[in-house]
Design a protein around this ligand. Structure first.
Ligand code: DX5
Ligand code: ZN
Length: 220
């Protein structure tokens, strides 16, 4: 089996929060490329996770790039404080903001990479006007809110279509896919054009994080 250059971003959502520093260092040793932080506010999604305080603790304990996925109704309010934590990737759900171009500009002015997150039920077309301004697109392959849900199969084709769009428009944009991804689905997504794979439950339910991360990089 071959390994791809895809970046693996474990989501801390399924980690043991009572042992966060240990979990982070285990992920580093296991070969994680990025740490994915699922920030939820209990309004945009029914679940509530963590905010600045925990994100700050994570930042203190790792040198890995941090990827903040904002599932909140007011992502603009997070830009400045997350930038201070040296967050590298900042994604928001476009339906939560009135002026997405303004938010993208603010994210980039604060030195972060700007991403738009698209739910499985939203068509790619809603991003057409934003694509030239973005650094990455996060395609949700579950409905946001929880880890451990099943992959929505239609998202695979969406990855292919987005990749084609990026190529046609000659853009420099990464595709991140998030939700329900395991070692069976990852190779298909990599083949379809995914650059970053997010995974929570598959990695944390595995007894060997390194083996789990390795298996997500395989292209058959
Ligand atoms: C869902 C989150 C995902 C989630 C992925 O709202 O955005 O990042 O943690 O979890 P799994 O990999 O278990 O589907
Ligand atoms: Zn996420």
């Amino acid at each position: 089996m071959q390994e791809s250059k895809v970046l693996i971003a474990p989501s801390l959502l399924s980690s043991d929060f009572s042992r966060l520093a240990e979990e982070i260092s285990a992920l580093e040793t296991a070969g994680a490329d990025i740490l994915h932080l699922d920030i939820m506010d209990g309004h945009y999604v029914p679940n509530l996770t963590f905010g600045f305080v925990i994100a700050q603790s994570v930042a203190k304990h790792t040198k890995l790039p941090l990827d903040a996925h904002l599932m909140v109704t007011n992502p603009a309010d997070y830009v400045e404080r997350l930038a201070k934590l040296s967050i590298r990737y900042f994604s928001f759900h476009p339906e939560t903001v009135f002026h997405p171009h303004r938010l993208i500009a603010a994210i980039r002015e604060h030195g972060m990479k700007a991403g738009a997150a698209l739910n499985p039920g939203s068509p790619l077309g809603v991003l057409d006007e934003l694509l030239p301004e973005l650094d990455f697109v996060l395609l949700m392959s579950v409905n946001p809110g929880y880890s451990g849900q099943n992959f929505v199969p239609a998202v695979k084709e969406k990855v292919v279509n987005l990749k084609n769009k990026i190529r046609d428009l000659n853009l420099n944009l990464l595709i991140e896919v998030d939700g329900g991804i395991n070692d069976k689905i990852a190779p298909e997504l990599i083949k379809a054009g995914a650059d970053i794979i997010v995974s929570a439950s598959y990695i944390f339910n595995h007894s060997d994080y390194a083996a789990a991360i390795r298996s997500l990089r395989h292209v058959q």
